[in-house]
Design a protein around this ligand. Structure first.
Ligand SMILES: C[S@@+](CC[C@H](N)C(=O)[O-])C[C@H]1O[C@@H](n2cnc3c(N)ncnc32)[C@H](O)[C@@H]1O
Length: 250
């Protein structure tokens, strides 16, 4: 039997947001590899071995997946959201590039999923309806000076923005520093959206003017969106709708 590694995204939370293609890959897998809470989401069944590992061991996990595929297993590597967005697809490919030469001959595929920022955007309207960018606010893999530079330039270019990994217990001060940079660089007010546990039963969406945001509003279960200078709020009975118009006057 020839083995394979399929890196899949299981979406932001609810099962209805897992694509049929990913469901089929999981149904055909002999082994599932991933971070503990994501592997827990995969139902146990005969013929499937689950290999859950802790955070921050992405390269070891990738090598393990590639070794099992070499032995003929059909290995699925799970990520939340989309596997190409701050997740396992790049980690597996880094392991391939720097690993055993024969790993390059394996059947390796990446299957997309619905990433947190798109589920969050849909939950409040269309704040990413015009040009936008996504920035990971964790400085585990890059220096803070680079994050700050990207925030400044994205604000100068008037992008709407999505922020992943906004604030963790080990990095409590980063989000506050990002807020200061954004307030200085934006120069005007605009809505910031805190989307916590999107598509899960305890989903919470908060829309707060940038000038009134406090750093404790974000945590690791939150994806944060920031509108551009053009972003609008439609007030109505019930939750407001946020959107960024598709065009900008010339
Ligand atoms: C390591 S990144 C993984 C992103 C994932 N690959 C994706 O495409 O959504 C983890 C960050 O994604 C965001 N995130 C993931 N799932 C989320 C959800 N259901 N609700 C809100 N934010 C989420 C949070 O910012 C979290 O800190």
């Amino acid at each position: 039997m020839s083995g394979s590694v399929t890196i899949v995204g299981i979406g932001p939370g609810k099962d209805a947001l897992i694509t049929p293609e990913v469901q089929t890959a999981i149904a055909q897998a002999t082994d599932v590899v991933g971070y503990i809470p994501y592997v827990e989401r995969i139902p146990a069944r005969d013929g499937l071995t689950k290999h859950a590992s802790d955070n921050r061991v992405e390269i070891d996990r990738s090598r393990h997946a590639l070794e099992m595929a070499t032995e003929g297993k059909r290995v699925v590597v799970v990520s939340s959201g989309d596997p190409g967005v701050f997740a396992m697809a790049a980690a597996v490919l880094e392991a391939v590039e720097h690993g055993e030469a024969h790993w390059r001959d394996l059947d390796i595929q990446v299957l997309p999923g619905i990433t947190a920022m798109l589920a969050a955007s849909a939950a409040c309207g269309a704040p990413l309806g015009h040009d936008f960018c996504a920035i990971n606010l964790s400085d585990n893999m890059k220096p803070w000076s680079l994050i700050e530079k990207r925030l400044r330039l994205a604000a100068e270019a008037d992008f709407a923005m999505a922020f992943y990994n906004p604030r963790s217990k080990s990095r409590p001060e980063g989000f506050g520093k990002a807020l200061k940079t954004l307030r200085d660089a934006c120069g005007d007010d605009r809505p910031m959206i805190f989307a916590r546990n999107v598509s899960r039963p305890d989903q919470a969406i908060k829309i707060v003017p940038l000038t009134e945001v406090t750093e404790d509003m974000a945590d690791m279960r939150t994806v944060v969106l920031l509108g551009s200078s053009q972003t609008r709020i439609i007030e109505r009975d019930g939750a407001p709708l946020v959107y960024t118009p598709r065009s900008v006057a010339g």
